[in-house]
Design a protein around this ligand. Structure first.
Ligand SMILES: [Zn+2]
Length: 68
């Protein structure tokens, strides 16, 4: 299952499996258009599922920065 998060405020909107999904965030009102084929962030960087950030992407960035 995939976590579905708001791209603007990172609020968790739900989870499940989808091929395409458009969901409006109840918190900030952003329209999130999601497609399972191309996860926008996972594709570009390390294609390593172990390091996939669940929940808080900024934490991973902070971790790698401090580890340096
Ligand atoms: Zn939002």
């Amino acid at each position: 299952m995939n976590e579905i998060r708001c791209g603007a405020c990172r609020r968790k909107l739900g989870e499940g499996e989808y091929s395409r999904l458009v969901i409006k965030c109840p918190r900030c009102g952003a329209i999130n258009t999601l497609r399972a084929e191309s996860p926008p962030s996972a594709r570009r960087r390390a294609p390593d599922p172990q390091r996939q950030t669940i929940g808080n992407p900024s934490k991973a960035i902070a971790d790698s920065t401090s580890a340096r």
